[in-house]
Design a protein around this ligand. Structure first.
Ligand SMILES: *[C@@H]1O[C@H](CO)[C@@H](O)[C@H](O)[C@H]1NC(C)=O
Ligand SMILES: *[C@@H]1O[C@H](CO)[C@@H](O)[C@H](O)[C@H]1NC(C)=O
Length: 464
């Protein structure tokens, strides 16, 4: 009896009813230690959905295929990554696990070719269904980056609708989930997606709300600003509002959060808009120019003798950190990134917009080993939070922030509703009064359910 109850508590999912979609970039296993991330590092209690990224497209067979058979499969003494991840559902029944196909390195052209031919498309739909079922996945995540772009064709827009429609019809027979990663740039949304149509067939749209600025701009900019100047479409708020305006139901939108920053090298002071080189710098684990994992950033910032300083921008909810000028190159290294305060504020934004929840790219660059100092300003912009929630564990600070912020934001929104029912002077930004009413109703029922659950657990504990 005692064992059974401990299991029930330890292996539950997040304590709210929003989605937390966790991408795992499975090549992270090849990073140098201690940055290397394997499926055994994944903590299913912090996510509602896990996404295995990526599988690829075999255009000659119109089929999904493993891009790394040794890691993914069990054949020929492979490491069986697909089944190691889906096996976590046995101990964590709340968890849904999808396989993602695509990603940046897969390009766009082969997808464009496949969807243009109804015969090939039909073959793909059948094959992908049996493939995801074979490895016990709960569904498929389409990560074609992007229809109509990067060598694609203007017809991709309607063909992508056909693909999602046909996958939906097939998947419904097996109860499979169909989602897609969606580009956040206005021109990509305009050209690539018939938002209203794909929203009919997808369970969730995972909006990639990052990479708004990077070293490719040749000046220092924020990776993922929550807000921007009124006319600037390069912000999280713009992307989400624009998709809602195109007819995406909020209940299907999932806000993407970056667990990484964008890096720059500049000969100037290292402030926003400073001219910079085109490549940025790289980190010791991720080893990619212009990119630093949050774990690589927070380790450096936790080191008091590293010479790095950081600066919060409340306007955009972004953090900018800079090194001391390099005495040899005379450059200043700069990184812009999401701190836990940024993440908390974006979660609150998603809750105010009544979105389904949030997605993260990707869990393998959170501080999954718990090596960094915990930020003390995480909930500084949460009116009702006096002290940060107590944590049982110091690892995964960003994922823990997401789950805490979800509950706290829903409480704050409900409290606003009760204290100032119809007072337009106290209007919350980003949400109509009607929205607020609906939210309050659902939050009250949510907190009733969770307090019921706690009472139940308490009762069980007492009976021990
Ligand atoms: C597209 O398909 C061709 C033909 O099979 C293949 O050679 C090529 O590598 C594929 N492109 C990508 C980016 O995988
Ligand atoms: C902290 O930073 C300094 C200066 O870069 C470095 O020499 C030292 O090794 C770092 N300490 C740790 C624990 O990484």
């Amino acid at each position: 009896m005692r064992v059974a109850i401990i299991k029930l508590v330890a292996f539950a999912g997040p304590a709210h009813d929003k989605v937390v979609v966790c991408y795992i970039s499975t090549w992270a296993v090849y990073r140098p230690k201690p940055g290397a991330y394997s499926i055994e590092h994944f903590d299913p209690s912090l996510c509602t959905h896990a996404v295995y990224a990526f599988a690829g497209l075999d255009i000659t067979q119109s089929a999904i295929k493993s891009l790394d058979p040794w890691q993914d499969l069990k054949e020929e003494y492979g490491k069986g990554g697909y089944e190691r991840l889906t096996a976590l559902k046995n101990s964590h029944p709340h968890l849904k696990v999808s396989l993602a196909i695509g990603g940046w390195n897969e390009g766009s052209k082969n997808y464009s070719t496949m969807v243009a031919n109804p015969l090939q498309r039909g073959q793909f739909v059948k094959q992908v269904t049996s493939f995801v079922r074979k490895y016990n996945f709960d569904g498929l995540d389409l990560d074609w980056e992007y229809p109509t772009q990067r060598g694609g064709s203007p017809r991709d827009r309607e063909n992508f609708v056909a693909l999602t429609k046909e996958l939906r019809e097939e998947f419904d027979g097996y109860g499979l989930i169909l989602t897609s990663a969606i580009g956040a740039a206005k021109n990509v949304i305009d050209q690539a997606y018939d938002v209203r149509q794909i929203s009919r067939y997808l369970d969730f749209l995972h909006i990639m709300c990052y990479d708004y600025h990077g070293s490719w701009d040749h000046k220092v900019g924020y990776n993922a600003p929550l807000m921007a100047a009124a006319v600037d479409p390069l912000s999280v708020q713009f992307s989400i509002d624009y998709l809602l305006k195109q007819g995406a139901p909020p209940s299907k939108l999932v806000l993407g959060l970056p667990f990484y920053g964008r890096t720059f090298k500049t000969a100037l002071q290292g402030v926003l808009d400073d001219a910079s080189d085109g490549a940025g710098f790289q980190g010791p684990y991720t080893r990619e120019d212009g990119f630093l994992g949050y774990n690589e950033i927070c380790i450096t910032l936790s080191n008091k003798t590293s010479g790095w300083t950081k600066q919060w921008d409340g306007q955009t909810s972004q953090m900018l950190a800079r090194a001391e000028r390099n005495v040899f190159t005379q450059d200043v290294n700069v990184v812009t990134f999401d701190s836990s305060r940024s993440i908390a504020n974006k979660v609150k934004f998603a809750m105010r917009k009544r979105l389904a929840g949030v997605m993260v790219w990707s869990v393998d660059t959170d501080d999954f080993l718990g090596e960094c100092e915990i930020d003390e300003d995480t909930f500084a912009d949460f009116r009702l939070v006096k002290t940060a929630p107590r944590r049982l564990n110091h690892n995964y600070p960003l994922l823990r922030t997401i789950n805490e912020a979800t509950t706290l934001a829903l409480e704050e929104i409900a409290a606003d509703e009760i204290v100032v029912p119809d007072d337009s002077e106290n209007e919350i930004p980003h949400g109509s009064i009607a929205d607020r009413k609906n939210a309050a109703a659902s939050v009250i029922s949510l907190s009733l359910t969770s307090s019921l659950l706690f009472t139940l657990l308490l009762g069980l504990a007492y009976s021990l």
